[in-house]
Design a protein around this ligand. Structure first.
Ligand SMILES: Nc1nc2c(ncn2[C@@H]2O[C@H](COP(=O)(O)OP(=O)(O)OP(=O)(O)O)[C@@H](O)[C@H]2O)c(=O)[nH]1
Length: 221
């Protein structure tokens, strides 16, 4: 059963890798820059790869996000398999002003599921540039229908006005936390599971130790 109530007692800071994917120019970098630094970027400078680290609190739980802002341009697609392997949660971004950018998400999602070998990997579908209402080319209903088919939430955001920027990252965090709780619960109920033998458990302890020695920028939400 998925745990929906906050847990009590000591809560270690969870660390997750988030990958932001989508066609070129849909606003991946602007969304990420708004979320991490609360800043708006007007000019378009195609990304090769940028990574950000930021800490936030979700439902009272500390989460450290490693966010990878990827390249939409085709010449960098060779790096995608690698991004997808390390990602634990994915923001699939298109622009509501471009139907083609929504269509590009189909193959991206297929690749994620193939590479992760997991139909239930945390994903949020983001229709960005929602402020450009007079240039809308994708019906809200069409995007919503696709998101339902993929069993992933759909948000319309604007990196320009900062609308729904925090919400898309927080939704993804919630999905990743629920998933980890579910794995932890399954292990607790497994009489053959020995925590000491689990490499992921010692890795988490090691990460926490390393983190204690570093200073991190906190985003208060
Ligand atoms: N009006 C409007 N413009 C946006 C929005 N988000 C991004 N833009 C503009 O769209 C252009 C591309 O934004 P980026 O964030 O660089 O797009 P990207 O998806 O990272 O592009 P690649 O790096 O090529 O993959 C920039 O000129 C932004 O100012 C938005 O929500 N509204």
């Amino acid at each position: 059963m998925l745990r929906t109530m906050p847990r009590y007692g000591y809560q270690p800071c969870r660390e997750f890798h988030v990958v932001v994917l989508g066609a070129g120019g849909v606003g991946k970098s602007c969304l990420t820059a708004q979320f991490v630094h609360q800043e708006w970027i007007e000019n378009y400078d195609p990304t090769i790869e940028d990574s950000y680290r930021t800490q936030l609190t979700v439902d009272g739980r500390q989460v450290m996000l490693e966010i990878l802002d990827t390249a939409g341009a085709d010449q960098f697609v060779a790096m995608r398999d690698l991004y997808m392997k390390t990602g634990q949660g994915f923001l699939l971004v298109f622009s509501i002003t471009s139907r083609a950018s929504l269509e590009e998400l189909v193959s991206l999602r297929d690749d994620i599921i193939r590479i992760k070998d997991d139909e239930n990997i945390p994903i949020v579908i983001v229709g960005n540039k929602a402020d450009l209402t007079d240039q809308r080319a994708v019906d809200r209903a069409r995007a919503f229908a696709i998101s339902q088919q993929w069993n992933a939430p759909y948000y319309e955001s604007s990196a320009r006005t900062r609308s729904n920027v925090d919400e898309v990252f927080i939704d993804l965090c919630r999905q990743m936390l629920r998933r980890e709780d579910y794995v932890d619960d399954s292990r607790e109920n497994d009489p053959y599971y020995h925590k000491a033998d689990d490499p992921s458990s010692s890795k988490r302890r090691r990460r926490r130790k390393n983190r204690d020695n570093k200073e991190h920028k906190c985003v208060v939400l």
